[in-house]
Design a protein around this ligand. Structure first.
Ligand SMILES: [Zn+2]
Length: 96
């Protein structure tokens, strides 16, 4: 097994070192409700609009997956705030 690199801080992870795999899946969900805005929806026009979009862009609209290798420190930082929400005045401890 060769060395790997942390996807966040670029630290070299040597064979045998602890590391984490972060897989993020983002996919469209559906709650069963269809909201139709305006008076009338032209389904043919909507279908043509969808057909004219490149397939990879359409696919990304529905499903996207990310895969990262993280060192232990970056795993802790990520898990402390996975949605990268504003922390206000809270400072991250450098010992994490
Ligand atoms: Zn790292």
């Amino acid at each position: 097994m060769s060395s790997q690199i942390c996807g966040r801080c670029n630290k070299i992870i040597n064979p045998g070192d602890l590391f984490y795999r972060l897989t993020i899946k983002v996919f469209a969900d559906f709650d069963g409700v269809i909201n139709i805005k305006g008076k009338k929806m032209d389904l043919n026009k909507e279908f043509e609009k969808i057909k004219s979009c490149p397939e990879d862009l359409l696919e990304e609209e529905v499903y996207k997956e990310f895969d990262f290798i993280l060192c232990p420190r970056c795993k802790e930082i990520y898990c402390a705030n996975p949605l990268y929400l504003p922390l206000g005045d809270v400072k991250l401890d450098n010992n994490v």
